[in-house]
Design a protein around this ligand. Structure first.
Ligand code: 5GP
Ligand code: MN
Length: 331
């Protein structure tokens, strides 16, 4: 399979000078990698690029070249030729970085690999079969005749490594391995990236696993666990990622898994971030989309209003029902 960046996207990038690059709330390695990778790429061809994110940079990704340049929503200006939205399936994922009034009339270019993408841009390039937005950017580099230097390579390989859990997910095709090989040849060090991202577990997070896993449940091929906001605060860890997705999604008896983290929104109300995973052949993307989120068939997420218990009570029956329906469709 060869991927191709659409001509309208290439033209939009070539024609713009002042470009705002944005990635999503609760950013992951692909969000950081694609944001900074594209920034370095466009700077090679002389563009004036500003990288912005709705949330502060988390410690895990401070090692990426250019991470210190990422600006928060309040520092984002009003005048850009183009806004490039990376690794996000819907406009709301830009959080406060994008202001529909201030930024009215600025074209949006969407570069993403989520199957649930709503095509909210003026130009949309969505490759649902790509394992990472960073994989798409290796294709875009060729379309723009940009040579991939070491800093670009480090950013892009980080996104590929984190989104594929180091080449273990079902979308790890030969194209993914070829892209990774090319980035490694360009100077990115695979073992160092793995060490800084996937091989990382804050001790406080590990300790939080004890009460959370004591409540883990398995019903009809669905396994789930969750942390309350009080538990997260008491643990005082560096980010709110429980890092339990891979553990739960490996459970033999389960086809689907869910990790729930209770937070408090800007209005002081409880909300629960839901993170879903499905074994090959199953799909949690539609479920997340119906709940107002999005993602891919094997990995998706959403944020649902309510306390931990309320949201679990609402979402788990939906997952069980969804799994039953998918099993029926298979037989
Ligand atoms: P994770 O569970 O690792 O946070 O996310 C899994 C996938 O679902 C990622 O591709 C992520 O971008 C997507 N995702 C997670 N939460 C949300 C959400 O609230 N809205 C949307 N649109 N996508 C989400
Ligand atoms: Mn991604």
């Amino acid at each position: 399979m060869t991927y191709q960046a659409p001509a309208e996207l290439v033209d939009a990038l070539r024609g713009a000078n002042k470009i705002l690059c944005v990635s999503h709330i609760n950013a992951d390695g692909d969000a950081y990698g694609s944001l900074l990778g594209l920034m370095w790429m466009l700077r090679v061809v002389g563009k004036q690029v500003t990288p912005a994110m709705p949330d502060p940079v988390i410690q895990e990704f401070e090692f990426l070249p250019g991470a210190g340049e990422i600006i928060p929503p309040q520092a984002v200006g009003a005048i850009y030729d183009l806004i490039v939205c990376l690794d996000m399936s819907s406009q709301d994922r830009m959080g406060a970085v994008f202001d529909p009034v201030r930024h009215a009339g600025i074209p949006l270019a969407v570069i993403d690999h989520h199957v649930t993408n709503t095509r909210f841009g003026s130009v949309n390039w969505v490759e649902a079969n790509c394992a990472a937005t960073c994989q798409m950017l290796t294709v875009l580099a060729d379309a723009l005749d940009i040579p991939i230097d070491r800093q670009i390579a480090v950013c892009l390989l980080t996104g590929i490594v984190t989104d594929t859990l180091c080449f273990r997910t079902s979308n790890t095709t030969p194209d993914v391995l070829e892209a990774a090989m090319r980035l490694q040849r360009a100077g990115a060090e695979l073992p160092a990236i793995v060490q800084r991202t996937l091989n990382r577990l804050p001790f406080n997070t590990l300790r939080l696993w004890a009460p959370v896993l004591a409540r883990v449940q398995l019903r009809e091929g669905v396994v789930w666990a969750g942390a309350t906001n009080a538990e997260l605060n008491a643990a005082g860890h560096e980010d709110d990622d429980l890092r339990l997705n891979s553990v739960l999604s490996s459970v033999n008896e389960a086809d689907m898994s869910a990790v729930f983290t209770e937070k408090v929104n800007d209005n002081g109300e409880p909300v629960v971030e839901c993170s879903f995973r499905a074994k090959p052949g199953f799909n949690v993307g539609d479920l997340a989309f119906r709940l107002g989120g999005g993602g891919h068939a094997p990995a998706s997420g959403c944020t649902v209003p309510g306390t931990l218990d309320q949201v679990i009570e609402q979402v788990i029956p939906m997952m069980i029902e969804e799994r039953r329906r998918q099993l029926d469709a298979m037989s």
